[in-house]
Write a protein that binds this ligand. Structure first.
Ligand code: DOR
Ligand code: ZN
Ligand code: ZN
Length: 425
């Protein structure tokens, strides 16, 4: 199979390439990258004139719900949603049922992924058995079966000594730790940001300190083992300050921001409805501004979705009753374009860094780079196409998003995984 992408504007941070080029793909890899390649002997030519061509996006943070909650999402449906969103690799979190906490479970996920997924699945293993926080899981067995990172996502490992031992073991295996930062004692029964809206609705709040104290703790715990610490879904201004400090200290700390946290503040919550409920919650305007500047200034490295599909009835409830989480795979690129690129916070090249190049670096994998000899994981997008988000049309089983109906600019046109077209619009 020979595929030729013609006249696309290639944005490739790894080689600082920012110009119109042709790309010839053969046997799943980029064979030739140059200014003009003739069409001869190609099975297919894609005309990318007027479009941007980027290394496929890599989402370090998704929830695929299989096994255990297949009515919310499966590996197959989540992978289709990923392809629709321009993601060619996604990292599912281990909070399934049973959780991904041993070699056999990783093998099961990998096996399903090989058979049913249109994108690369790079699983994340649980730090403790059944994510119960009492005993470290089998890191080595899971690594041999294919995990790329460790996380307790959904909660923090509250036992600091156990977490430190986990960091030491992770360092030996060269596995990064992805931290969901939430102090269990501080969060109490909070369901949304501790602020004016929580007061208005008469609901318990989640204060910034719930996140900040664990961000600080985890940075300081990671210091000694020297383990790579990746901070998930940072939502507060002090998280940005702490990440900056960690980087200045020379620590191997990286951080992600989710599109919902830079696109909406608590002020955008128009009613007491579950579609606005996620963890961490939508914060104050000053937090949103700090996150956007943190991304702009290179303090925050990665944009990840925390794609968290749930059933319609579950989410169609009040803040107090609905589960935490919104879907994100099919809106991430458009929200990044609309809120960050079009508003001048990120250059297009920086956007590709946050969505592809940096995520690959966090994992230490040879992806996120369009170059001769590299795997042909590629996304082609129209940066100026305007459209209205329509959750009914999502490939994901989850339709739970507060962005339904929003006008956005920027649309994925083609997604290519290992040289195969897996999505076209
Ligand atoms: O909003 C969230 N949803 N935050 C989490 O930490 C977990 C996730 C889920 O699994 O639904
Ligand atoms: Zn989380
Ligand atoms: Zn999550």
């Amino acid at each position: 199979m020979k595929l030729l992408i013609k006249n696309g504007h290639v944005l490739n941070p790894a080689t600082n390439l920012d110009r119109v080029m042709d790309i010839l793909i053969e046997d799943g890899k980029v064979k030739t990258l140059k200014q003009s390649i003739t069409n001869e002997e190609c099975d297919r030519v894609i005309d990318a004139n007027g479009l941007y061509v980027m290394p496929g996006f890599i989402d370090l943070h998704v929830h695929l719900r299989e096994p255990g909650f297949e009515y919310k999402e499966t590996i197959e449906s989540g992978a289709k949603a990923a392809a629709t969103g321009g993601f060619t690799s996604i990292c599912p979190m281990p909070n399934t049922k049973p959780s991904t906490d041993c070699r056999e479970m990783v093998e099961l996920v990998m096996d399903k992924a090989n058979k049913e997924s249109v994108v690369h699945i790079l699983p994340i293993g649980a730090i403790t058995t059944n994510q119960e926080g009492s005993q470290l899981s089998d890191f080595k067995g899971m690594k041999e079966a294919g995990i790329v990172a460790l996380s307790e996502d959904g909660k923090s490992v509250m036992d600091a000594a156990l977490f430190m031992r986990g960091m030491q073991a992770a360092k030996k295996l060269n596995l990064p730790i992805f931290s969901h930062c939430e102090d269990k004692s501080l969060v109490g029964k909070g369901v949304m940001n501790a602020g004016k809206k929580a007061k208005e609705f008469g609901l318990e709040g989640i204060c910034n300190a719930v996140e900040d104290v664990i961000v600080a703790r985890d940075i300081l715990i990671a210091k000694e083992p020297g383990c790579t610490l990746h901070l998930c879904h940072c939502s507060t201004k002090d998280s940005v300050t702490l990440v900056k400090m960690a980087k200045e200290m020379g620590l191997s700390v990286t951080a992600e921001v989710c599109p919902h946290h830079f696109s909406m503040s608590e002020d955008d919550i128009t009613e007491d409805h579950g579609r606005f409920k996620m963890n961490p919650p939508l914060r104050k305007k000053e937090d949103v501004e700090a996150l956007k500047k943190g991304l702009r200034d290179g303090i925050m490295d990665v944009i990840a979705t925390d794609h968290a599909p749930h059933g319609q009835e579950e989410k169609n409830q009040s803040m107090a009753k609905a589960p935490f989480g919104i879907v994100g795979l099919e809106t991430a690129f458009a929200l990044t374009m609309t809120e960050l690129v079009k508003k001048g916070y990120l250059t297009p090249m920086q956007m590709v860094e946050k969505l592809s190049y940096n995520p690959a670096k966090v994992l230490g994998i040879d992806k996120g780079n369009i170059d001769e000899g590299k795997v042909a994981d590629i996304v082609i997008a129209d940066f100026d196409r305007e459209y209205q988000i329509d959750a009914k049309k999502f490939a994901s089983k989850g339709k739970n998003t507060p962005f339904d109906g929003k006008m956005v600019t920027g649309q994925v046109v083609t997604t290519i995984v290992s040289g195969e077209v897996v999505y076209e619009n």
